[in-house]
Design a protein around this ligand. Structure first.
Ligand code: GLN
Length: 492
């Protein structure tokens, strides 16, 4: 039998059900890998050794009496933006370094009820603002494929930990690309569902009209199992989609003949790395060989997505982050002279540079006199972007393209160039503005680094995206490859 961490989620479930190993053994195995390998990666902010072992023992006991949930005993990591009762939830910020939530997010509750065992909380860009994980108060995360490179962001810790096999699957959130871009950089599969598919209750808010939680795993099949347990209507989230219990796994192997896959030529412009272009084109041919039809589509508004996003997201962030005032929870400065001093110094000390810059941009865009020029205009562009996609989806069922303009970049390479960093999300951001579902899947390598491709679908068609991704993964093995961490650790 392969090593436990090489098994897929479904193989682990089968092994657990057959009694080949217990949830406790599986959990111990991952905890010892984390102890050995994570100091070099920094993918976890908090490791929950004791509670994980207690939860695993409980799952073993439940299984023994015939009460195994759909994810019973599966080791999972949560991005440190999901509130976890009794476990520090920092959002990668000094502001929340001391925050221990009194409740858990709906997603965490649902996954725990399904039997998943929480190994820990993963590193992330502060308040999910970033594309490299370099904005974390807890330090940068290393890409498991190359320690000099970033893992992407903001769910960089979740992507790195799945790629390094330091958990089976992980949760992430995606406001403008934060599941898909790190998934592409780390060679894993990440799905950002339709806005409203997964409850946002208990997730620390960045830009509420764009934030959406999703699943990260090594394969579409693993991600489908995770997403199925996370998704569903939640009356505590006012933007939750009212839909019957979603089924993302039963269609995985369905025939994809006749599905129309759109290729948008403007995605393949001068800014795209040629190796990424070649990988996506060759994947398109493989999907054609599986029965899909390739169709050219136009997305005329694609160029306007980044400017619109960087008005809307900071505007919402400036409102959401106003609650961190040093009074009720979070960081509080020492010896404030008066209430103004308390607010100012607590926020000045608690927030990092990128977060402060976004609060300033957002407050400016919302201020009287500028609201119409910036915020309203950005919202109008947002509507046009959505219409652009809806029009394309009258001709095709899916749109295929690159997830990112290139593979993972070097740590430090873009820290002084905010615009270059923002352009990392050029292919992902429009999807959030339109509220659509999209998945990033490994599609090749260049210079030893993974390449990801993105498939965008119609609203609520996560099952279709996962189906195409799974069929592609049945005939390719990019998603099976893993980084050579063990050798590196042994050389030390
Ligand atoms: N990189 C984008 C940003 O910094 C998207 C981040 C995200 O999806 N959370 O806002």
């Amino acid at each position: 039998m392969s090593e436990l961490h090489e098994l897929s989620l479904t193989e682990q479930l089968t092994g657990l059900a057959a009694g080949e190993f217990s949830a406790t053994e599986l959990t111990r195995h991952y905890l010892s890998r984390i102890e050995r390998l994570d100091p070099a990666l920094n993918s976890y902010i908090t490791v929950c050794q004791d509670t994980a072992l207690a939860a695993a023992a409980e799952q073993d006991a439940l299984r023994a009496v015939g009460h195994a949930g759909p994810l019973a005993g599966i080791p999972i990591a949560h991005k440190d933006i999901f509130c976890t009762q009794g476990i520090r939830t920092s959002a990668g910020s000094r502001m929340l370094d001391n925050f221990i939530p009194p409740y858990s997010a709906t997603v965490v509750e649902k996954l725990t009820a399904a039997g998943a065992v929480v190994l820990g909380k993963t590193n992330m860009d502060e308040f999910a603002m970033g594309s490299s994980n370099e904005n974390s108060f807890y330090g940068a995360v290393k890409n498991p494929w190359s320690p000099d490179c970033v893992p992407g962001g903001s769910s960089g810790g979740s992507a790195a930990t799945v790629a390094a096999r330091l958990c089976t699957v992980a949760t992430g959130t995606d406001t403008g690309g934060s599941i898909r871009q790190p998934a592409a950089f780390c060679g894993i599969t990440g799905i950002k569902p339709t806005y409203g598919r997964v409850s946002r209750w208990g997730i620390i808010a960045y830009a509420s009209s764009l934030d959406q939680a999703g699943a990260m795993g090594r394969s579409a099949e693993d991600a489908a199992h995770l997403l199925e347990a996370m998704a569903g209507f939640d009356e505590r989230d006012s933007t939750s989609v009212m839909d019957a219990g979603p089924d993302f796994t039963s269609l995985l192997t369905a025939d994809i003949s006749g599905k129309k896959i759109g290729i948008c030529r403007t995605y393949f412009n001068a800014g795209l790395n040629p190796a990424v272009e070649a990988a996506v084109m060759s994947a398109a041919k493989q999907l054609e060989a599986l029965g899909a039809t390739l169709v050219d589509v136009e997305l005329t508004m694609a160029d306007h997505a980044i400017p619109a996003y960087y008005i809307i997201a900071p505007a919402e962030a400036s409102a959401n982050l106003s609650r961190y005032d040093g009074v009720r929870f979070g960081h509080r400065c020492d010896n404030p002279a008066d209430i103004d001093d308390l607010y100012k110094r607590s926020r000045a000390e608690g927030f990092g540079k990128e977060v402060k810059s976004r609060i300033m941009v957002g407050s400016f865009a919302l201020s009287a006199g500028y609201y119409d020029a910036y915020y309203r205009k950005a919202q109008q562009i947002r509507r046009l972007i959505k219409e652009d996609f809806l029009q394309a989806f009258q001709q095709v069922d899916y749109i295929l393209g690159p997830t990112t303009p290139g593979p993972a970049f070097a740590i430090g390479e873009m820290v002084d160039d905010q615009v270059a960093m923002y352009l990392q999300d050029i292919y992902t951001i429009a999807v959030n503005l339109a509220g659509l579902p999209a998945i990033s899947i490994p599609a090749g390598f260049t210079g030893g680094l993974p390449i990801g491709m993105q498939l965008i679908g119609r609203h609520l068609d996560e099952a279709g995206l996962l189906n195409i991704a799974h069929r592609y993964q049945q005939v390719t093995d990019w998603h099976r490859q893993g980084p050579a961490l063990e050798q590196e650790a042994n050389h030390d």
